[in-house]
Design a binder for this molecule. Structure first.
Ligand code: ZN
Length: 291
């Protein structure tokens, strides 16, 4: 059974120029949950000086609606972020380890080894606190600073992460450079380690949906997507965002994969966001509708 994880309120909004106030971000998450999305990354517990778009994460969480069967998650970049998350009532923490030294230093201010140590400590604490852990390997298919990434290195990192018993290990094409065959191969290898595997794709080079489909064929348990295709990448000027949730849902439903999502209602959220952000979004479906 494929799960979709909505990352628009986090990966999407953190890369948008216009910052939305916490009550609007909470409303976005509530609307997303109401259309049938079951896993939503709602906030990032990062310093507001570094990422002003994610300021007041606690306020966002306080404005969420508890719903049967819906898991709200937050991203932590370090133990301090984890402690902030733990003090809210979020049920899941996401943590990412970058696959390259340069990206890890620039993005998290730590070496890959140090990030793996953080992952270990956070996962251990989360287990004791009864919080689910989802782990991501970012820049798994290419790095803006170091270029191509050796798939063996990703498998090595995944082997270390799987001992932490995450809900899944998500392989992220953070800068949108992957193409389907490498996606299929890498997901199959990591899945072969005996852990549910997920895919996180940006549509920077227009291969995001083909990559998501390749991940599906490789047996992915989870796909990330962002409503309207919100987002971008601070390291890649003019880069487009995540694949759009509604475009992905249209594709999946057409291929016989049931998502349980009310597509028309999801499209309405993108139209609302377009007004809020004052710009056309990257997604295609919301502009034309389902039929
Ligand atoms: Zn991303």
């Amino acid at each position: 059974m494929l799960e979709l994880r909505e990352v628009g309120p986090r990966d999407g909004l953190q890369n948008e120029e216009r910052a939305l106030p916490p009550e609007t971000r909470a409303e976005l998450v509530r609307r997303l949950a109401s259309v049938g999305l079951r896993r939503i990354e709602a906030a990032s517990f990062v310093s507001p000086e570094r990422v002003p778009q994610m300021a007041e994460a606690e306020e966002v969480v306080a404005g969420l609606e508890r719903r049967e069967g819906v898991i709200h998650a937050g991203l932590a970049l370090n133990e301090r972020g984890y402690e902030r998350l733990r003090d809210t009532d979020l049920g899941e923490v996401s943590f990412a380890v970058a696959a390259t030294e340069t990206f890890s230093q620039r993005n998290a201010g730590a070496s890959v080894d140090a990030a793996l140590g953080d992952a270990e400590r956070i996962a251990g604490r989360a287990r004791r606190d009864g919080i689910r852990v989802s782990l991501t390997v970012s820049v798994a298919f290419g790095c803006p600073f170091e270029g191509a990434v050796d798939p063996d290195r990703i498998v090595e990192i995944a082997e270390r992460l799987l001992g932490l018993e995450p809900v899944e290990i998500v392989l992220a094409d953070t800068i949108g450079v992957a193409t389907p065959t490498e996606v299929r191969r890498l997901l199959e290898r990591v899945k072969g380690l005996g852990v549910p595997v997920g895919g996180h794709f940006h549509n920077t080079r227009n291969t995001g949906y083909a990559n998501a489909y390749a991940a599906l064929e490789a047996g992915a348990a989870l796909l990330d997507a962002s409503v309207g295709g919100l987002g971008g990448c601070p390291f890649a000027p003019r880069a487009t965002g995540n694949i759009a949730t509604e475009d992905l849902v249209y594709l999946l439903e057409g291929e016989g994969v049931e998502t349980g999502i009310d597509l028309d209602a999801l499209i309405a959220i993108s139209r609302w966001l377009e007004e809020l952000l004052g710009k056309e979004l990257e997604g295609y479906l919301y502009r034309v509708g389902v039929s």
